[in-house]
Ligand binder design. Structure first.
Ligand SMILES: [Fe+2]
Ligand SMILES: [Fe+2]
Length: 279
């Protein structure tokens, strides 16, 4: 394959009860139907509340199954629970082996590797990091094996949470610790990735679009397909809009396009709940 076209969608937060989010997903589906990439990747928060409403995962799968191209998935905190951090309070919903298995049962592998157009693509479950679950250690072992096999090929990494704000040495702050891959797992991951030709890190989670380069690594924060979060509730770092990201990989190079599907709306999180009945 001389080129490989990948469309990253993220933070779809699908649930039968949120029509505004379903509508935005439909607008993105129509765009994908026209553009027909080789693969669609949903980089997490596929469902609105996977840990407590397994039907949200099932509904999300139904919606993706209607797409005319193959899909891969990565878990987000709204799919399996959120990771503990070194400095912040413990999240109300920690990932468990049970929630991880539920994700895998409905949406497939929570980590994966494949090659296309001379590139090595790796997807990681960023939510089990720092949990101490057996699957965390297993994933690090698996990753070490996969990195050994890249054989000098350029590597594109995808995961739900960005690795860091600007640089690997950014201090972990309590207020935003849940925004990034938490320490000390982050340092371990960055060190492992330093041994390969990492060119791209694609993430979601922040619901803001961002595109910057640190060293040789292009860092893409995919916006949410579904909704944005107001400045009152979340600091502005990148661009607050809904949308998707399109990549075109060729041997030793790649292009990134920041796109909004026609008709995709900037639904605000507050609008979402205003539409719901009081009970
Ligand atoms: Fe999200
Ligand atoms: Fe998230």
């Amino acid at each position: 394959m001389a080129q490989f076209r990948l469309t990253q969608i993220s933070d779809t937060h699908l649930a039968r009860r949120f029509k505004l989010l379903t509508d935005n997903f439909h607008r993105v589906s129509e765009h994908i139907d026209v553009t027909r990439p080789d693969l669609v990747l949903n980089s997490g928060d596929v469902s609105f509340d996977g840990p407590t409403s397994r039907d949200d995962l099932a509904f999300a799968r139904e919606m993706h199954d209607a797409l005319p191209v193959d899909c891969r998935y990565l878990p987000g905190n709204h799919d399996i629970g959120d990771n503990p951090t070194a400095v912040g309070p413990t999240p109300t919903q920690l990932p468990t082996e049970e929630s991880r298995v539920a994700f895998r049962t409905v949406l497939g592998d929570d980590r994966w590797r494949f090659e296309a157009a001379g590139w090595c693509f790796i997807g990681l479950n960023s939510l089990i990091m720092n949990t101490g679950l057996d699957s965390e250690a297993e994933q690090f072992d698996w990753l070490a094996t996969q990195l050994d096999k890249t054989a000098g090929k350029p590597v594109a990494l995808f995961l739900h949470k960005p690795l860091y704000l600007d640089t690997p040495d950014d201090l972990e702050r309590e207020a935003t610790a849940i925004r990034f891959v938490p320490q000390p797992a982050r340092s371990r991951l960055v060190e492992m990735l330093g041994k390969v030709d990492l060119r791209l890190v694609g993430s979601g989670h922040v619901h803001q679009r961002r595109d910057y380069t640190f060293g040789r690594i292009r860092q893409i924060w995919a916006p949410s397909v579904g909704f944005i979060i107001s400045d009152e509730k979340q600091e502005r770092i990148g661009i607050k809009e809904t949308g998707i990201v399109e990549y075109r990989f060729q041997p030793d190079s790649f292009e990134v396009r920041h796109v909004r599907a026609k008709g995709q709306l900037d639904v605000d999180l507050d609008m979402l709940f205003a539409k719901q009945p009081a009970n």
